[in-house]
Write a protein of this length. Structure first.
Length: 211
C-alpha cells in the first residue's frame, strides 16, 4: 500500500512539473533583439589622414526628442500612434547610440581622432561638434525621416558655423531590422554632411553648409 501511495505521489509531481513547464513555455516572451547604428568600417568611404597637422574632433552628447531617449525602438504604427518595442532595442539608449555613430563616422571620413572621451594634447585645437536630432519618424514599409541641426566651433578661436539637414530614407520591408537599416543610412548622410562642414571650417569657410 505504501508503494502505491509513493508511486501516485511521484506521478502527481511529474504531471505538475510538466504542466508548469508547458505554461512557462506558452507564456515566455520572444528573445530581445539588440541593434546598433554603427556601420562596419568601409575603406572606400573613410578618408585617410592628409599630410599635415592631425585633426581632432569632439562630438558632444546628442540632443534627441524625449520620446526617443530610451533603448527601445520607437516606430510609427499609424497617423496618431507610435509603438515602443520592448523586444527590439538599441545596444544603448538611442541618444548615446547616435552620438557614438556620428563620432565614429565623422572621425573615419576625416582621418581624425575623436577626443570626446579621451582628451586631446593641450597644444592642439579640436573641432567641437554639437548635434541635435530635431525630429525623427520611422515606419515599417514606409520611410525614416530625420532632421538634424549642428554647430561646429574650433576650441582655440570659437569661430564656426551652424547647419541643418533633413533626410528621408525608404524602409525596405516590414521588419524592425529594415527600420534599423534605413536609420543607419539616414545617419550616414548626416555623418557625411557634418564631415563636409568640418572641412569647410578648416578651409576658412565656416559659414557654408554642404546640406
Amino acid at each position: 500500500m505504501m508503494h502505491d501511495k509513493t508511486s501516485f505521489s511521484l506521478k502527481t509531481l511529474a504531471a505538475a512539473a510538466l504542466a508548469a513547464a508547458l505554461l512557462a513555455a506558452c507564456g515566455s516572451s520572444p528573445p530581445t533583439q539588440f541593434y546598433t547604428l554603427a556601420v562596419p568600417a568601409d575603406g572606400a568611404a573613410a578618408c585617410t589622414a592628409s599630410q599635415g597637422p592631425q585633426t581632432f574632433i569632439e562630438v558632444m552628447p546628442v540632443s534627441v526628442p524625449d520620446r526617443l531617449a530610451r533603448p527601445q525602438l520607437v516606430v510609427r504604427s499609424d497617423a496618431t500612434r507610435v509603438e515602443v518595442l520592448e523586444q527590439d532595442r538599441w545596444s544603448s539608449p538611442f541618444n548615446n547610440e547616435l552620438r557614438d555613430a556620428l563620432a565614429a563616422g565623422v572621425a573615419a571620413r576625416l582621418g581624425a581622432i575623436d577626443v570626446s572621451r579621451g582628451g586631446r594634447p593641450a597644444d592642439q585645437a579640436s573641432y567641437r561638434i554639437n548635434v541635435e536630432l530635431r525630429d525623427f519618424d520611422a515606419a515599417r514599409n514606409g520611410q525614416v525621416q530625420a532632421s538634424f541641426g549642428w554647430t561646429i566651433t574650433r576650441s582655440d578661436d570659437r569661430r564656426g558655423g551652424a547647419c541643418r539637414l533633413t533626410v528621408v530614407e525608404p524602409v525596405g520591408g516590414g521588419a524592425n531590422a529594415d527600420v534599423v537599416a534605413a536609420t543607419q543610412k539616414a545617419v550616414g548622410r548626416a555623418v557625411q554632411a557634418i564631415a563636409d562642414s568640418v572641412r569647410a571650417l578648416q578651409a576658412g569657410q565656416g559659414g557654408q553648409c554642404s546640406a
